[in-house]
Design a protein around this ligand. Structure first.
Ligand code: 48F
Length: 263
């Protein structure tokens, strides 16, 4: 029934294909850290606009907190104008009251993942952002390692990380803001910590403050609330989608400006 390709051919196919594409992405236009809703949307728009985009996710699965809404119930909610982005990603949704919409988490999340892949985003899952590469007060790349390395006892995991180069880096690591934290611990960035829940304030402020926080570093999604002390918002997602979209626009402006400088 099946052709005769054996174990060696299969191992070789994996090693060659992975090494081939990974080699090409040792230098990228944009690296997005975190594959939750904001990171998926940001990387989708960047790849769609023709930028070489690498997404790094520490979990095996992508999607972050977008599979499940609040209280382990997988209905996800969106306040207007988030439905515009749902339409762009072909995600089906239902109106529950004026300007409030719901969708099924698994459907919405898988559509974001699939759209990002189809747009050409390359993905390193099970890979953890550890640190930035920083030269002349400018972000130049990321230091990464396989996720299991950090989960095993130190005596058997003295494994050095490797570094990748990028022109623009996006922190989409959610509440932890792990990329921004790596600057904070060197005294290069101030982080306020997110405030108590207030969805009406939170969503607008997060989109408004989706911006470059350090030369070459843009912050998006809930990481914005952590950096700027903005209230948390709980299980609603329009700001995640619109913040991801804005992060891609900000990144595009930086990438175009950098390209013009080189000409
Ligand atoms: O938490 P997450 O979904 O972030 P987001 O895009 O969306 C937040 C909402 O899900 C929700 C909310 C608002 O609706 O309150 O929480 O801002 O996804 C963050 C992703 O980043 C990954 C993490 O595994 C998750 O998938 N991540 C975190 N730290 C690292 C990382 C790291 N050091 N390296 C790689 N990935």
């Amino acid at each position: 029934m099946f052709e005769k390709n054996g174990e060696v051919a299969i191992s070789r196919a994996i090693v060659r294909d992975f090494s081939d594409w990974f080699d090409k992405y040792i230098v990228s236009d944009a690296v997005v850290v975190g594959g939750g809703p904001s990171g998926l949307v940001a990387s989708y728009y960047l790849a769609k606009r023709g930028f070489k985009t690498l997404l790094i996710e520490s979990n095996n699965y992508l999607g972050g907190g977008f599979w499940i809404g609040g209280f382990l119930m997988n209905t996800v909610t969106f306040r207007s104008p988030g439905e515009e982005v749902l339409r762009e990603f072909n995600i089906s949704f239902r109106q529950v009251e004026n300007d409030l919409f719901v969708a099924d988490g698994p459907n919405a999340c898988s559509k974001l993942i699939s759209s990002a892949c189809d747009a050409g985003v390359k993905i390193l899952n099970m890979v953890k952002f550890e640190d930035v590469v920083l030269k002349d007060n400018q972000i130049k790349g990321v230091v990464i390692n396989w996720t299991p390395v950090s989960s095993l006892p130190r005596q058997i995991t003295c494994v050095d990380p490797i570094a990748l180069e990028c022109k623009v880096l996006i922190d989409a690591t959610g509440h932890d803001a792990n990329v921004c934290r790596s600057l904070e611990k060197r005294g290069l960035l101030k982080i306020s910590g997110f405030g108590p829940m207030d969805v009406i304030t939170s969503e607008s402020e997060i989109v408004k403050h989706t911006e470059q926080v350090y030369p070459g570093l843009i912050v998006t999604g809930m990481a914005v609330s952590t950096v700027y002390g903005i209230p948390r918002m709980g299980p609603t997602f329009s700001a995640m989608l619109l913040s991801g979209k804005k992060a891609a626009e900000v990144a595009e402006c930086l990438l175009v400006a950098k390209k013009e400088l080189l000409v």
